[in-house]
Design a binder for this molecule. Structure first.
Ligand code: ATP
Length: 234
């Protein structure tokens, strides 16, 4: 459903992403792991339309979306949960959620908001509170809820575990598994390779802007190169 073909992208200088190809099929959770600066955020931002590809293609359901405006990509069914959550701190929880429905044209805002409150009772309790007052875990839930407000079929997540306690990370990952069972395909970028590969069915290793390994998540998690580079320290 999402096909990334030989994608190169960057910030005007030498490309940060170098001919990256990956795919996400319906029903899948796919992990992209890699260390700091490998290009993970650049990859997601390019797919979500925040950066223009230098070369290569991004296809959603067979249609080329590379170069489209973010709003159009969101309407086509792909939403990004950005690195660092990016909740709008002075706005209330509910206002942040409504931002996620901006541009949605099917009139299902109220219904989706209720579904999100049913899924995240803590967000409902705090819906009038300033988002900046939420805990890190709650802000991550809010960032995911905001992305869900657009009714996506594909969800991209950039380091959702960053800065969160292990128990909260487990809660977030259980949520992703649940969303996936309900039909949302998930592309998960993580430095927490152990957790990401445990959740995903397939994975890719990104190093220096290139895919250096790919395969079944269980095989990657058992591969000596991945263990040495990403799993050894834990
Ligand atoms: P991290 O986990 O630290 O976010 P990452 O794998 O997501 O790492 P990117 O954020 O995509 O990596 O960064 C890849 C490279 O692109 C780095 O060398 C970084 O310095 C460079 N880079 C990132 N953002 C910009 C920018 N706005 N302008 C110029 N260079 C950038």
């Amino acid at each position: 459903m999402l096909e990334i073909q030989s994608l190169s992208a960057g910030y005007g200088g030498p490309p940060v992403l170098n001919k990256v190809s990956l795919s996400l099929h319906p029903g899948e959770i796919v992990a992209v792991v890699g260390s700091n600066g490998a290009g993970k955020t650049t990859l997601l931002n390019t797919v979500a339309g925040l950066l223009r590809p230098v070369s290569g293609h991004v296809l959603l359901d067979g249609r080329v979306i590379g170069g489209w405006a973010t709003e159009r990509i969101v309407r086509a069914g792909l939403s990004l949960v950005p690195e660092g959550r990016q909740v709008i701190a002075p706005l209330s929880v509910e206002e942040n959620l409504l931002v996620g429905a901006y541009g949605r044209r099917d009139g299902r805002h109220a219904e989706t908001l209720e579904a999100i409150y049913a899924r995240f009772p803590r967000l409902k309790e705090r819906r009038r509170q300033m988002s900046g007052l939420l805990s890190g875990g709650e802000q991550q839930m809010l960032a995911i809820g905001r992305a869900l407000m657009a009714g996506p079929r594909v969800l991209l997540l950039d380091e959702p575990s960053m800065g969160l306690a292990p128990l909260v990370v487990s809660e977030i990952f259980a949520l992703l598994s649940n969303l996936n069972r309900q039909g949302i395909a998930v592309l998960l970028v993580e430095q927490n390779a152990r957790k990401a590969l445990a959740l995903a069915s397939r994975g890719y290793v990104l190093e220096g802007g290139r895919i250096v390994l790919e395969g079944r998540a269980a095989d990657l998690a058992a591969s000596p190169a991945v263990v040495a580079a990403y799993l050894g320290a834990e």
